[in-house]
Write a protein that binds this ligand. Structure first.
Ligand SMILES: [Ca+2]
Length: 212
């Protein structure tokens, strides 16, 4: 008896419930334009070499206190490299490199680097290059921005010179959170959801009228 009453009540209010769900789905905040770190959230990092316990993954763990470190400084002819595969193409707004946190132990230690992006893993395009210098606050990080966005799947950080070993604390790759294959549904998915809910709403409404 009670279950039957509940069923009738649900059927009676189904159109309103579905309409509310539809409005909620359409009004859900699309955090488009909000940058997310796709290197950390989606990426897989690999490198040509590393010290034990200082693997490539530590360059994308969103922790400035952990490092990828390779055991030599690299040269132009034999660079050390770290490649991040984002798992798909993203429209990237900016990349931040955080090289070292000054600790007073290696003041003046340098690293010469180049930063690339690519879509296939072999079509590298230079983003920029420079030299990091330990204990120099202006030379321990770098910011590269793409005014209109830059499509990429791969990022390569290459060390081709310096005074000591190669490494980096963190590489952050910033993309809009609706940049494919981001975690939120695409507009086409939302449109399909809205179409489906509308169709269901009409069907339930018709069934409700037929029962009267
Ligand atoms: Ca780290």
């Amino acid at each position: 008896m009670e279950a039957s009453f509940l069923k009738e009540d649900i059927m009676k209010n189904a159109p309103a419930l579905i309409a509310s769900a539809l409005l909620l789905a359409l009004a859900a905040p699309r955090a488009g334009g909000v940058p997310i770190n796709v290197a950390h959230l989606q990426g897989v990092a690999s490198a040509n070499s590393h010290y034990a316990g200082q693997s490539a993954a530590l360059a994308i763990d969103d922790d400035d206190a952990t490092y990828w470190v390779a055991p030599d400084h690299g040269t132009a002819n034999d660079p050390n490299w770290l490649i991040i595969d984002l798992g798909g193409s993203f429209m990237v707004d900016a990349i931040d490199l955080d090289w070292q946190r000054p600790d007073g132990n290696y003041a003046g230690y340098t690293t010469v680097y180049s930063l690339f992006h690519g879509s296939s893993g072999s079509d590298w395009q230079l983003i920029g290059d420079g030299t990091f210098i330990d204990e120099d606050p202006a030379r321990i990080s770098a910011h590269y921005a793409f005014d209109t966005g830059q499509s990429m799947r791969y990022v390569k950080y290459e060390v081709n010179g310096g005074s000591h070993w190669s490494g980096i604390a963190e590489i952050r790759v910033w993309a809009d959170d609706d940049s494919p294959p981001g975690p939120l549904p695409e507009p086409s998915t939302l449109a399909l959801l809205a179409t489906g809910l509308l169709g269901l709403s009409v069907l339930v409404h018709r069934r409700g009228r037929a029962r009267r």
